[in-house]
Design a binder for this molecule. Sequence first.
Ligand SMILES: [Zn+2]
Ligand SMILES: [Zn+2]
Length: 399
Amino acid sequence: MLAAAAGVDWSRLGERALCDACLGRLFGKAGHGFTNPERGRPVRSAHGLPASPCSLCGGLLDEVPKFADLVAAKLEPWEVRTFLIGSRVDPELAAKEEALWVELGLASGEPVKNEVNREVGKLVTAKTGKAVDLRRPDVAAIVDTQFDVVDLEVAPLFLYGRYRKLSREIPQTRWPCRRCRGKGCDHCGGKGKMYETSVEEVVAAEVMKQTDGTGHALHGMGREDVDALMLGNGRPFVLEVSQPRRRTVDLTMVAGAVNRSGVVEVEGLRSSDRDEVVALKADRADKTYRARIRFAEAVDAAKVKEGLAALARARIAQRTPVRVSHRRADAVRERSVKGAELLAADGREAEVLLTAEAGTYVKEALHGDGGRTVPSLAGILGVPCEVLALDVMRIHDVG
Ligand SMILES: [Zn+2]
Ligand SMILES: [Zn+2]
């Protein structure tokens, strides 16, 4: 079975003993389908090698069942389906092990850490029925083999959905007070935040109740202004919950609680993952907006229509707007307006529908931002205007 063992000069071990597992691990990549003790035993009997006390692991591998008990107890209060075992072993042991490979002229040894991780994993699966997932486990259990301590790294829970925002008073995400950083001060009226609530907090409330997580974050496919409504098909988002005790979420109940809030609605809730957060952040979907504008003087509806037609399909150059210049570097960027039409006109006021490329400063495309956006509706018409209200009507990420 282990031809590699035949060519080794075992006399180099001298008086040192090796347990079956440590012996077998020297050939850890040979004889697939065997455990390390199963590999070690025949080598020992063929060469008459002593087994104990093991000069390498010092009996560490006999402790695997104890480590598995510790992990199983630690996992008990957490609802997890999959796990991964990691371990910290005495760095001296790892160094000794590598030195032995060199001494015996072996290239295929398996580090002791790998064996501890794998064998503890097998026992934990047998005890708990939970499966090992090496790629994306619900929890990683890190066993400190010197101090018999287990640390858990619980993976966040991710929920995808689309939201509509029905209030001009709330932001997309929780907005902590800059002055007190959340502690509460005069500036924020003791709340620690600048707005009573947010889409994030409304969506998270019921999820936090069900999962008993320690914190949350809302990742949106872009964001609308605080005073803008988000209507139509809603905006895709992923809610991330830190350290959830429970991972089974009653999504119907969550949707019900959110939809009763009167300020936010959600649909299409389902489970998600970190990859989808990355995809959301990279999305460049066009968006359709409805804007109510007021001109400095009455403008003929036919003339507004003409102006919008000229704006539609235009390539516009936008210098960083004054309203965001405190948080973004001054730069000029180009965006396309892909459609613009007049919905209603009444003297000085008009309602328009405008579809634009992701990242367009839409208010500025209408009022021109004092000449910083060119062309703009105000610029084309030669009549200043202000944007009274702006709502997102559709996000064109699907169909
Ligand atoms: Zn050993
Ligand atoms: Zn404050």
